[in-house]
Design a protein around this ligand. Structure first.
Ligand SMILES: Nc1ncnc2c1ncn2[C@@H]1O[C@H](COP(=O)(O)OP(=O)(O)OP(=O)(O)O)[C@@H](O)[C@H]1O
Ligand SMILES: [Mg+2]
Length: 611
């Protein structure tokens, strides 16, 4: 086979393969061009999810007539001229590839007018980079790019397009993210001529927070703090969510480097580390953060769609992010963390001085578990209290005969009449249940144990048809994003099957009328939000059904959170009995042990009795 040069259109189609994955990627490239053209208003019109039409108009600097053919030619750009420029680039674009790539896989028309020009000029292109014939046009100052019939000439790619609705949802979420990076620009997005997003330029802090609220939901702004840190030429600004406003998915984490939304492992790692000691295991922080630094310190030419960057001094950036966030999070909860710390060693102080003494508790209590405990985000005593509010509700359900537990079977007794987990003596520090057993004593982490009990019960109830629910005396209104509210409405039946009765009451609101009888009543809005985030992340209903256990675990965890009083002895005994008839009771849903045992033999050895 001889070597031959490929036709230009094919070269551009190959390049398009890397950058133009779906309509949203076209929108990204075109809107970035508007940013670079110093536009202050951007209108994005979409038809049929973008497969039919993507039309983007800006009021930026425009392109002069003679440059129009170049704008549509590969490797022609106004943004850089040398390697040195590339190393300092602060514009979004720099490759001179987007327009020719797009024009090679769709029908593209470019109309543009510069300031002071007599008229605008219009050209069409097909990626072959010849026969440009600009025609005059009455378009005002600025540029319109009209992209029709995406992938009309590359059917293999067209096949991969999802439904209009899905494709449009990608565009919508992209525009929201881009709007968070440029408060100074107004955005208007329509789909099939219906206005979906309309944002005026935001100058003041209030206007900016208003924009954030309209994009991330007002709960985000209410539960976050504004931060501003600068050191060593790096600046970090933005909003970080309170640790208590965490989510089950990483779907509300926006990080911009010099205005560019990126996903970066170094950044993710620094943020996760900063949140580590305040965030409950498995939960994800929410934030909108802007890192600004000298463009020379970031390589933006590291990913075809520019979704990743490379920091020239990664270590420095990592440490800066970690410190800035860590400090702001520490400032959020003065003294609180101190209360939440659980020093498990206090219960067995001699352990370290008496290495000969061995008892089963030693490894399990010290080390790992201790560390896990002290990292709980909120006062544990608060969390535990949930149990007392839940437990009676659970019993009621049983009394009504709805319970799926076999009550006779539940009377687990040892041969001597003492139940295996014994009888409760005290609720230590409002955290641990001390129980006397036949063989010695046990300590139970009441919260962890209760979480497991609730989870197993919810699973049983769910699998036997429906999780029983109890009406709320006062229906609870919950503010959601419109996507979440859509989903809640759509999955009404699924919510009913897990014990929630809810109705849509507005574009961004639902009302909760009944909740699972097993759960407490606190924090129901956070729980609903988490379930919706899980569902949004897992996509189709079938996959949601496959993940029901995860959702039930989330519910059990929430159900076992927060409260303020010590458990009474009957409540503790009830929990112990429940534990005895619960599967997998040895660990809570997060894998931590729920209880430990010290036998009288251990205690004898410990106190050197009989020696
Ligand atoms: N909306 C616009 N307003 C003004 N000029 C534009 C606009 N869109 C494109 N241009 C001009 O057309 C050129 C080519 O755009 P294109 O997006 O193909 O490349 P780029 O932005 O330079 O680099 P990249 O491929 O990285 O996006 C730009 O360099 C710019 O001069
Ligand atoms: Mg560009």
């Amino acid at each position: 086979m001889r070597i031959q040069s490929l036709p230009t259109q094919l070269v551009n189609q190959i390049a398009a393969g890397e950058v133009v994955e779906r309509p949203a990627s076209v929108v990204k490239e075109l809107v970035e061009n508007c940013f670079d053209a110093a536009a202050t208003e951007i209108n994005i019109d979409i038809a049929m999810g973008g497969a039919r039409l993507i039309k983007i108009r800006d009021n930026g600097c425009g392109i002069i007539k003679d440059d129009l053919p170049l704008a549509l030619s590969r490797h022609a750009t106004s943004k850089i001229a040398s390697l040195k420029d590339l190393e300092h680039v602060s514009s979004m674009g720099f490759r001179g590839e987007a327009l020719p790539s797009i024009s090679s896989v769709a029908r593209l028309t470019l109309i543009s007018r510069t300031e002071g020009a007599d008229c605008a000029w219009k050209v069409s292109a097909d990626g072959s980079e010849k026969d440009f014939d600009p025609q005059p046009d009455p378009h005002p100052q600025g540029t319109t790019v009209d992209v029709r019939d995406l992938f009309y000439n590359t059917p293999a790619r067209r096949k991969f397009l999802k439904t209009d609705k899905t494709e449009f949802s990608h565009i919508e979420s992209l525009i929201k993210k881009m709007a968070l990076s440029r408060f100074d620009i107004g955005f208007c997005l329509t789909h099939n001529q219906k206005e979906i997003i309309s944002l005026k330029p935001a100058d003041t802090i209030e206007d900016k927070e208003q924009r954030i609220a309209s994009i991330c939901g007002s709960a985000f702004i209410e539960n976050s703090v504004k931060i501003d840190f600068a050191a060593s030429g790096l600046q970090l600004t933005g909003w970080v969510g309170l640790p208590t406003f965490s989510r089950s998915q990483q779907d509300m984490q926006f990080f911009y480097v010099n205005g560019r939304l990126i996903k970066d492992r170094l950044v993710t790692h620094a943020v996760r580390q900063a949140y580590q000691d305040v965030l409950f295991h498995g939960r994800h922080a929410v934030f909108v953060l802007y890192l600004d630094l000298d463009p020379a310190l970031v390589d933006v030419n590291a990913h075809p769609a520019k979704l990743e960057v490379r920091f020239r001094e990664g270590r420095l950036v990592h440490d800066f992010l970690f410190k800035a966030l860590h400090r702001s999070l520490a400032d959020l909860r003065p003294g609180e963390q101190q209360n939440a710390q659980v020093k498990v060693e206090e219960f067995i102080p001699i352990q370290r001085e008496e290495p000969k003494t061995e008892f089963s508790v030693q490894n399990r209590v010290s080390g790992k578990q201790g560390a896990g405990q002290s990292s709980l985000p909120m006062n544990i005593a608060e969390e535990i209290e949930a149990y007392s509010t839940l437990y009676p509700a659970a019993e009621q359900v049983q009394d009504k005969g709805i319970s799926v537990q076999d009550i006779n079977h539940s009377d687990v007794k040892s041969t001597h009449g003492m139940p295996p987990l014994g009888y409760a003596v005290a609720h230590l520090h409002s955290i641990f249940i001390l129980s006397e057993t036949e063989k010695g004593i046990i300590l139970v982490d009441a919260h962890a144990a209760h979480e497991r009990v609730s989870y197993e019960r919810l699973k049983q109830q769910y699998h036997s048809g429906k999780v029983p629910s109890q009406p709320l005396l006062l229906p609870l209104k919950i503010q959601l994003s419109s996507a979440e509210a859509d989903l809640a409405e759509q999955e009404h039946a699924f919510f009913a099957s897990i014990g929630f009765e809810l109705n849509r009451t507005g574009p961004e609101a639902i009302v909760l009328r009944a909740t699972p009888a097993l759960l407490g009543r606190e924090d129901m809005d956070a729980l609903i939000r988490d379930i919706l985030a899980d569902m949004l992340a897992h996509g189709s209903s079938q996959r949601v059904l496959d993940r029901t256990n995860e959702i039930l675990a989330t519910m059990a965890c929430h159900g076992s959170v927060r409260a303020r009083r010590k458990l009474t002895v009957p409540e503790m005994n009830a929990l112990l009995r429940d534990m005895e008839r619960t599967e997998r009771i040895g660990q809570c849903n997060h894998g931590r042990p729920t209880w430990i045992e010290l036998s009288t033999a251990d205690l004898d050895k410990f106190f050197l009795r009989g020696q």
